[in-house]
Design a protein around this ligand. Structure first.
Ligand SMILES: [Cu+2]
Length: 337
């Protein structure tokens, strides 16, 4: 091959590789990375992208060079020269991809096993998924339940995930991880947050009509702030005073987003006004206490006229521990009097 052709091949390769690298780097394709696991997964991602850019540069150099240099003249109708392959080239383009794919496989396996390793001081959180709600609970804090996931920065958390109906999937783009939640199984996912902030929790498995609304948030905070939150809330929800405990359970489980309750300064309008519970129980022809309890644990058992079915989360019956549910019911009865 002539010197000139090697130079032009190199030139085209560098230009097209440069364009591809600029597109990869200049556009923020990924959301911020907020966990140790995400950092490792990003490493695999960029490892593969780099290989792709190099291959792209080589292939586009060969194609563009051939298009220009070997173009047939407009009046040239003759056949091209008969070519019977090139053993050396064929060996090369078999061995090089084999090495690259094996390298990607090894790097991925290392990252997967690092992400799956459970640290000694790992915290456990239970995740309950149900069309179309998330509930998180803290077994180390009297099974305190929360509608949003709170995590301390810098400590590994193991999520133990269960579904009450169909297959869902837990996905936080900033954590890069995705794990299916399958009825009858408990699947786990490790996350070690590294960056304070609030990120979306998304159901990543088409799970029914409300799939796109099956969202919550995860808030990563300073370890000290997290301990304060966890201790404070677990003390509140287990308080012997139903007013304190019930108010905390009401707040943590996101009831205020949908319901009005003056005692809790809640002004939600999606569900019935809970200040009017006695009248609503009468209308349903049920004793107040059992009406309130069943409305929380099995919302579809009775639907308040004028309000939609399947909007109130169905997860509370399983997720909220009995003692905290008792406090919530007492709190609602006392607050609505
Ligand atoms: Cu879902």
């Amino acid at each position: 091959m002539r010197r000139g052709s090697i130079a032009s091949l190199l030139g085209i390769g560098i230009v097209s590789g440069g364009i591809a690298a600029a597109v990869a780097l200049a556009i923020p394709w990924l959301p911020v990375s907020a966990s140790k696991e995400a950092g490792r997964i990003d490493f695999v991602f960029w490892f593969v992208v780099t290989i792709c850019i190099v291959i792209f540069a080589i292939v586009s150099a060969a194609i563009l060079y051939s298009v220009v240099v070997f173009r047939a003249a407009p009046d040239d109708d003759s056949d091209g020269p008969p070519i019977h392959g090139h053993t050396g080239l064929e060996i090369a383009w078999t061995i090089v991809p084999t090495i690259l794919v094996t390298a990607i496989g090894i790097v991925s396996a290392i990252v997967l096993s690092q992400d799956d390793a459970i640290a000694k001081n790992a915290m456990n959180v239970n995740v309950t998924a149900q069309q179309f709600e998330w509930t998180f609970s803290y077994p180390e804090a009297h099974n305190l339940t929360s509608a949003t996931l709170m995590l301390p920065r810098g400590r590994e958390t193991v999520l133990h995930m269960q579904s009450r109906d169909v297959i869902h999937a837990f996905f936080v783009p900033e954590f890069r991880e995705n794990e299916d939640i399958v009825p009858g199984l408990t699947t786990t996912l490790n996350v070690t947050p590294t960056r304070d902030g609030t990120y979306p929790v998304i159901c990543n498995e088409l799970c029914g009509l409300g799939h796109s609304t099956m969202r919550s948030t995860v808030t990563v905070m300073e370890p000290a702030a997290f301990d304060k939150w966890l201790k404070g809330q677990s003390k509140a929800v287990t308080s012997p005073s139903a007013a304190t405990a019930g108010a905390a359970v009401f707040k943590n489980n996101g009831c205020a987003a949908c319901h009005t309750l003056t005692a809790a300064k809640a002004t939600g309008k999606v569900g019935p006004d809970l200040d009017k519970l006695p009248a609503e129980a009468q209308q349903a022809k049920q004793p107040l206490a059992s009406f309130v309890r069943t409305s929380i644990t099995d919302p579809n058992a009775y639907i308040q006229p004028g309000f939609p079915k399947n909007v109130m989360p169905q997860t509370f019956g399983k997720a909220i521990p009995k003692q905290q549910l008792d406090a919530l019911v007492t709190y609602l009865i006392n607050s609505s009097k």
